[in-house]
Design a protein around this ligand. Structure first.
Ligand code: ZN
Length: 246
């Protein structure tokens, strides 16, 4: 099986279309989405439609939850909150129904999908270092687990019996064999708003037959989405950050 994994899309159709065609070239036969289809970007409804039409395996992200009023947004910064309010007005009833149907965790061996961490999925904590990775891995009972949320890609490869001896791969692009590891946690980075100072869209690709996991990057038309953000009246900072990858 070849799995294409889409991280935080955030309403960015230009990035999503580019990543999906790259994954189709890679030969992906299953799409997974780790949450946050919406928020920040100018085309939330179109992104939901694309993810749904790909038949993706999807979990709920914190921005998706915020649009549904399932989450207190007081800890969001003002720009994120403005985008949530704007997004809520854009979505059709069928989009909201789709988001409402998303679970916090999807377990589908050999993988599990969760937005933040396995040890507290409803709290939307971040995996940003081996400290959180170990906690999450303790609650992972499939070989693979795909997460997002931090918008910074990373891979943690370990064995259940010796989690602390994990191998950590923090490269912005990577191709790693996970043969011999029974607990692999992959933060696939973000399709629509990368924050590792590399503005190219990030995505994950896993070949379960070859036991290879990759983080790949692809350039997309950033100027086009920036124009749409400004035309929609969304905060300018949300356009500017895309060129910087922050
Ligand atoms: Zn996000």
């Amino acid at each position: 099986m070849r799995i294409g994994i889409l991280g935080d899309i955030h309403g960015n159709v230009e990035a999503l279309e580019t990543v999906v065609s790259a994954l189709q070239k890679d030969g992906a036969d299953l799409f997974v989405q780790v949450g946050d289809i919406v928020g920040y970007g100018p085309q939330p409804s179109k992104c939901i439609e694309m993810v749904r039409d790909l038949g993706s395996v999807v979990c709920l992200g914190n921005h998706d939850a915020a649009v549904l009023d399932l989450l207190d947004t007081s800890y969001f910064n003002q720009f994120a909150r403005a985008a949530i309010d704007w997004t809520r007005d854009q979505l059709r009833e069928e989009d909201l129904a789709y988001l409402r149907g998303l679970p916090l965790v999807v377990r589908q061996p050999p993988f599990t999908v969760v937005h933040g961490t396995m040890h507290m999925p409803e709290q939307f904590g971040y995996v940003i270092s081996p400290v959180e990775a170990i906690e999450s891995l303790q609650h992972q009972d499939t070989q693979l687990c795909f997460v997002g949320h931090s918008h910074v890609p990373a891979m943690y490869l370990a064995n259940k019996k010796a989690l602390r001896e994990m191998r950590v791969v923090m490269n912005s692009e990577a191709e790693v064999s996970y043969r011999g590891f029974d607990r692999v946690l992959i933060n696939v980075g973000s399709v629509g708003q990368p924050r590792d100072e590399d503005p190219r869209a990030a995505y994950g690709f896993v070949d379960t037959d070859e036991q290879i996991a990759c983080i790949r990057r692809v350039e997309y038309d950033i100027a086009a989405v920036q124009k749409k953000i400004l035309a929609a009246g969304l905060p300018e900072v949300l356009a500017n950050r895309l060129s910087l990858g922050v």
